[in-house]
Design a binder for this molecule. Structure first.
Ligand code: FCB
Length: 473
């Protein structure tokens, strides 16, 4: 165990370790119909009654599209080495096919230059869930063709930005794009189809493989994917709950990690999905494509999950996916929960990382591409947000990360989620993850205590890093 996490300088990370902050396009940009941008599946989903809390949309969000300069100043003053943002596919290729949209591309061009001028290395996510609606209308991720479209879109970006962006993340959390988007329907496009979700998971991985190929051809030096593998524990010792964990493990983790890192499809897919896992959406050569070597794997971690066996909620066999295994977040009684209802268990973060290393001997270096907490922030009389709970969350999770690194896990950097309060998907604006507060009436940005704490941690780390060893970011 590491010593208690007191001051900002704790814990000590190795020289060259990268500190960053993360956001995603639909959650912050706004300008939903400007300069040629077309609707994404999330624009459509937000307009369907009852889908998103308070009927919220990303139409304006944080208005980052117009205020990106101000946001880059916040990043510069924070002192981060790197900034992870995502590129909105319907902004740069509005039809989801064909040529790029010059005005959309110009925006990411300006943002990239602004970041570089501030000494911040851009890390671009190509797909953070905002599929052009035009492609959804043609089947979305259920159909293989979308993977090919994704490769074309990637080529447009590699051509335009590849000279200045070194780090590329193909997909963010394909678990959510497939099982939440096409299985439980809790994310856009809101479908509830067992087979559709399985096909989507596979086609997303094919799209990833094709995008990696395009980026390699373009000479990109640092290419990876971001996943959200889970630490899963049975709610009780019963055989039924243990079996449920194995099925949940297949859905949450193995379906992505095994093809990407071990060259095979998940072992328990028949047990998990029965006849739905017929593999009819697979082609010869897919595993080689999906399993091409990566420079890093991005890990998003927030909380552990407890799994219990519950009867399938939907009797229709077509929707009998393992998403019907209820993933209750009741890790253990007595731990604090964030306003998402998520239990705060930093030790599970260490377990996740050491477990990945054990299970996948060829695991590439890791980047923590998201970690953070939604809290009930309130401004004090002086307008300051003293978000002590978020500071404690970040401190304890960084300590847990350092523990994993001491145990031999190769982690190269950490991105806090999120720079700004933003549109939290189906929860709308009701959940605040930012280290900077956004007033949604005035769009004014106010750094919180957590912003200052993180800035001091970065400064302290840099002061201890000999100048001649400053990292290539
Ligand atoms: C992750 C998403 C990110 C954000 C956090 C809280 O699943 O990748 O966009 O919403 O959760």
């Amino acid at each position: 165990m590491s010593p208690p996490a007191d001051g900002p300088g704790f814990p000590r990370f190795p020289d060259g370790f990268l500190f960053g902050a993360a956001t995603a396009a639909y959650q912050i940009e706004g300008a939903h119909d400007e300069d040629g941008r077309t609707p994404s599946v999330w624009d459509t989903y937000c307009r369907e009654p009852g889908r998103v809390a308070d009927g919220a949309t990303g139409d304006v969000a944080c208005d980052h599209y117009h205020r990106y300069r101000e946001d880059v100043v916040l990043l510069r003053d924070l002192g981060v080495d790197t900034y992870r943002f995502s590129i909105a596919w319907p902004r740069v290729q509005p039809d989801g096919t064909g040529p790029g949209n010059p005005k959309g591309l110009d925006f990411y061009d300006r943002l990239t230059d602004e970041l570089l001028a501030a000494g911040i290395a851009p890390a671009a996510t190509l797909y953070h869930w905002d599929l052009p609606q035009t492609l959804e209308d043609r089947g979305g991720w259920r159909v293989r063709e979308t993977a090919g479209r994704f490769a074309d879109y990637t080529r447009i970006l590699a051509d335009r930005l590849g000279d200045r962006i070194g780090r590329w993340i193909t997909l963010n959390e394909p678990f959510c794009s497939s099982f939440a988007g096409y299985g439980s329907g809790s994310h856009a496009p809101g479908a509830r189809e067992g087979r559709g979700a399985l096909a989507a998971a596979h086609h997303l991985l094919v799209g990833h493989g094709l995008a990696v190929r395009v980026l390699r051809e373009a000479g990109a030096p640092d290419v990876g994917i971001t996943l959200n593998p889970d630490v899963l524990l049975p709610a009780t010792d019963s055989d039924a709950d243990r079996d449920a964990v194995r099925r949940a493990q297949t859905v949450h983790n193995d379906v992505f990690l095994d093809p990407l890192l071990a060259g095979h499809y998940p072992e328990h897919e028949r047990e998990t999905w029965g006849g739905l896992a017929d593999g009819s959406y697979r082609r010869d050569g897919d595993l080689e494509l999906i399993g091409a070597p990566l420079d890093f794997v991005g890990i998003n971690y927030y909380r552990p999950i407890t799994v219990s066996d519950v009867p399938f909620r939907d009797p229709d066999p077509a929707t009998r996916t393992a998403v019907d295994i209820r993933a209750e977040e009741s890790w253990c009684d007595g731990v604090r929960r964030t306003t998402m209802g998520w239990p705060v268990v930093p030790g599970a973060f260490t377990d996740l990382l050491t477990g990945l290393r054990r299970r996948y001997p060829g695991l590439p270096p890791l980047l923590i591409t998201e970690n953070g907490s939604a809290e009930d922030d309130r401004a004090d009389g002086d307008g300051q947000i003293r978000d002590a709970d978020r500071v404690a969350y970040l401190r304890d999770h960084l300590a847990a990360l350092a523990d994993a690194m001491e145990q031999g896990v190769d982690v190269r950097g950490y991105y806090v989620w999120s720079l700004l309060d933003n549109f939290e998907w189906a929860r709308g604006y009701s959940k605040r993850f930012g280290i900077v507060r956004v007033d949604y009436d005035t769009l004014e940005r106010t750094p919180k205590d957590s912003y200052r704490w993180y800035r001091d941690l970065i400064t302290d780390h840099r002061d201890r890093t000999p100048a001649q060893e400053q990292p290539h970011r």
